[in-house]
Design a protein around this ligand. Structure first.
Ligand code: ADP
Length: 482
């Protein structure tokens, strides 16, 4: 891995203000999913180090929460500048450990940085209010306070953005963060921590621990000092963390799995819809929680849409993320490859047709993109998140039917609909039971809008003004005797 600043490649963790290794020197390898080669080793830390990080976070917060918002803004702004300045190195680390094409990795770094910039600005706008009182000679003050120490646990599909989306608002609000990144992609997180320190995030305010997920997660959820858990990952682990956090009644922010419907109506601009699917389905090799999972195409345009989509998919080059022509990198690991293959096998066994797709080269994590037609609701691909580059096309005839089918899931994260009709657009926007709806848009993520799900896709919102509010408690003071 060639870096301009080699000190960004950390093989130690930032705990309570110090870069540390495990007491017994235990490490775990970080593997490049394209080559299978070990690129670094990171410490295996556990409960003791987590407790020390929590303790330091509590102490650091005492001062941090009292700093002027303007000062927190300045530190965050510096962190943003450093992330932008080091884009190439961060993207190199990201592609090496996660696999996504280098250009896409650079895009993620810009997206990650945008959360720090946004929340640097929002830090100044944590307004309270004065409410007309119910009693004479009194005032009602409503103010905002940081929730406290935050335990953050992040996934591997966005190794940079999922961290800044939590840390930006947390630091802006005056909180401290103890973060456990995904074991597959710890290096991006550690590099971001190094840049945070350089930007002036005080010692102890931000710890990043790699290692034993259960031990670290257990210590974070058991702690009375940790007041909020912010988690992005699988629904199963999210539910577990919620259960573990019940005893101390923590605030929960959960961004869990999706099963996004993507509806293409017969009056849609088909070329735009195909472009939308290319982004919503194949970005990050299909490994995002907002990826289109069920593509519903109306009867009249089904064949035309399929043909146009196959043409585009044929042009996607699958390769190592450092290949300048790569459009799709590897899946994260073999378990992911097996899951995607099992969804295809199940669909074909139940009567689907493979409209396009090369076989998966065994022994690698690369998965060539596939287009499946005649998909039906009894297939696993309809009810489970595939998390891979497989576009499954379902047929539908009318709007009521497709809305009912689209909503028939426990998930409620992202959804998409393409139509030229204003009335149909509003119908989909209002009746799709999802936290987010893209109308004639396949890419909806941005720091300025509230990202999050309903139903079993999660709790809370990240980004936007709501993203800051989620890291603050509301306090009400009745000022009497005036
Ligand atoms: P995925 O299937 O996408 O890897 P996971 O939910 O397993 O999703 O992982 C998301 C994050 O949750 C990772 O950082 C992982 O290490 C962490 N994690 C997994 N199991 C636990 C657990 N029992 N307690 C705390 N964190 C966990």
């Amino acid at each position: 891995m060639k870096l301009n600043d080699t000190s960004l490649l950390k093989q130690a963790c930032l705990v309570a203000g110090n870069w540390v290794t495990a007491l017994d020197e235990a490490t775990m390898p970080v593997i490049n999913p394209s080559t299978g080669k070990v690129i670094a080793h990171v410490p295996v830390l556990g409960k003791d180090e987590t407790l020390s990080a929590i303790h330091a976070a509590e102490k650091a917060m005492v001062t941090w929460k009292k700093t002027l918002a303007k000062e927190r803004t300045a530190v965050l702004r510096k962190w943003f500048d450093l992330i932008v300045e080091n884009t190439d190195d961060l993207a190199t680390i990201l592609t090496a450990e996660q696999g996504k094409p280098f250009n896409e990795a650079k895009g993620e770094i810009a997206y990650a940085a945008s959360f720090i910039e946004w929340f640097a600005e929002e830090a100044k706008r944590a307004y309270g209010e004065i409410v007309p009182s119910h009693k004479p000679n009194s005032r009602i003050l409503v103010s905002k306070e940081p929730v406290g120490v935050v335990g953050a646990i992040t996934p591997w599909n966005f190794p940079a953005a999922m961290i800044t989306r939590k840390c930006g608002p947390a630091f802006a609000a005056g909180c401290a963060v103890v973060l456990k990144p995904a074991p597959d992609t710890p290096l991006t997180a550690l590099a971001l921590a190094e840049l945070a320190s350089r930007a002036g995030i005080p010692a102890g305010l931000f710890s990043v621990l790699t290692g034993d997920a259960k031990a670290i997660g257990g210590a974070l959820t058991e702690s009375k000092v940790v007041k909020k858990i912010s988690f992005t990952g699988s629904t199963a682990v999210g539910k577990l963390l919620m259960e573990q956090s019940a005893a101390t009644v923590k605030k929960m922010a959960l961004e869990l799995g999706g099963n996004a419907p993507f509806i293409v109506c017969d009056d849609a601009d088909l070329d735009a819809a195909v472009e939308g699917v290319m982004i919503a389905k194949f970005r990050n090799a299909g490994q995002t929680c907002v990826c289109a999972n069920r593509i519903y195409v109306q009867d009249r345009v089904y064949d035309a849409f399929t043909q146009k989509l196959v043409e585009k998919v044929k042009a996607l080059k699958v390769a190592d993320g450092f290949d300048p022509d790569a459009k799709i990198g590897p899946l994260i690991n073999q378990a992911a490859v097996e899951k995607v293959q099992s969804h295809i096998d199940d669909a074909l066994a139940k009567g689907a047709t493979l409209a396009f797709g090369e076989p998966q080269p065994e022994g690698t994590n690369f998965f060539p993109p596939q287009v499946i037609t005649d998909a039906t609701d009894d297939m696993r691909i309809a009810s489970e998140e595939t998390f891979g580059p497989v576009a499954a096309l379902f047929r539908f005839s009318d709007d009521d039917e497709v809305i009912r089918r689209a909503n028939h899931t426990d998930s409620g994260l992202a959804s998409y609909a393409y139509t030229q009709s204003l009335s149909r657009a509003f119908t989909f926007s209002e009746r799709l039971e999802y936290g987010m709806v893209g109308i004639n848009e396949g890419l909806i993520s941005t720091e300025v809008a509230p990202f999050g799900g309903i139903k079993e896709s999660g709790l809370g919102r990240e980004g936007a003004r709501q993203g800051l509010e989620d890291f603050m408690d509301t306090k009400y003071t009745l000022m009497g005797g005036l």
